[in-house]
Every structure is written in structure tokens, then in C-alpha cells.
Write a protein that binds this ligand. Structure first.
Ligand SMILES: [Zn+2]
Length: 53
């Protein structure tokens, strides 16, 4: 499940170490329309948003 960081609202995988505290989210924010919008290397193994979930 994706996690939204509470400090900058960036979205990460729950095992990512690039955020200190965050809130699990069941759906990606509407602003995220492609994998490139998830600006963190924790998503690098995904090729498309459809693989996340
Ligand atoms: Zn991350």
C-alpha cells in the first residue's frame, strides 16, 4: 500500500526509507498520473501505475 509522507506529501512504498512519518493511502492522489510523478526511487521497479496496488 502506498504511504503519503506527512512532511511533504510525497508518495512512497511503505518500506521506503525516504520519509519519517506518513499515512497509508488506499488510492494514489489524483495528481499522480504516471509513474514519473512518484518522484522517488522506491518506485523504480514499477513500470506503470497499474502495477501498484
Ligand atoms: Zn520512496
Amino acid at each position: 500500500m502506498p504511504v503519503m509522507a506527512s512532511d511533504d506529501f510525497s508518495v512512497h512504498r511503505e518500506d521506503c526509507d525516504r520519509f519519517d512519518d506518513g499515512m497509508p493511502i488506499s488510492n494514489l492522489p489524483d495528481e499522480v498520473t504516471s509513474i514519473d510523478d512518484l518522484d522517488c526511487e522506491c518506485w523504480s521497479e514499477f513500470d506503470s501505475l497499474g502495477e501498484i496496488g
